[in-house]
Design a binder for this molecule. Sequence first.
Ligand code: ZN
Length: 255
Amino acid sequence: MTTAVQSEAVRLADLIRGAGSVVALTGAGISVPSGIPDFRSPRTGLWANVDPMEVAHITAFRRDPERFWRFYGERFQTLEQKRPNRAHEALATLEQAGLLDAVITQNIDRLHALAGSRELIEVHGSIDHCSCLGCGSRYPLVEVQTRLAADAVGVPRCECSLPLKPDVVLFGEYLPPDMLARAEQLAAGADLMLCIGSSLEVYPVAELPTLTLNGGGRIVILTQGRTPFDDRATVRGSGDVVDELDALIGALGLG
Ligand code: ZN
């Protein structure tokens, strides 16, 4: 661990201790150490030449669920076996210690939930369940996998026979308004927002740091690569997210 990471961690620990309300905002970067590549990074393998915006689109799901599930079923298989890393665990530890109010995440991989984060706002949904757009029934991931494997053309189906849709926000879909409102409320009321592993470029996450800053709060950015908020961050760390959060947990005496 570098001295830069350690001195950042000490500053960050002071900021957290001094803040009334602290919220974390996480993106793909926090799950990279769990072996989940950033969805937007260059792709390899079978789907290398497929545009996710096209195949993971709500219109594609409605028009051709078979093709949609060939693509999404593979993502499910990859994601299902992944486990939280120490960065996810650090945020759960902060929450348990009463030093973090909530985690807002763009990630659909459910790793924050598996790590033990309780107050969790998954703004793009989660692979944890699938739903039927016809009758509204919901199925947990393990049941979806069984139905996917049992179907002749690889489409998990509801009891009513319609194809199930992952409870994630597909391209072309709106975010659930209540979830978005909750994220905005948390961001606006935060004294400190920890932005971790996100380029802060994708809506709605891109607007949340502004809400914190406009409300008089501060933002901290721990991510590799630039963000539009770098100039306004009180602490700007660009080390490995696991190292950064390990150092923070150590600096807070929670390790
Ligand atoms: Zn149904």
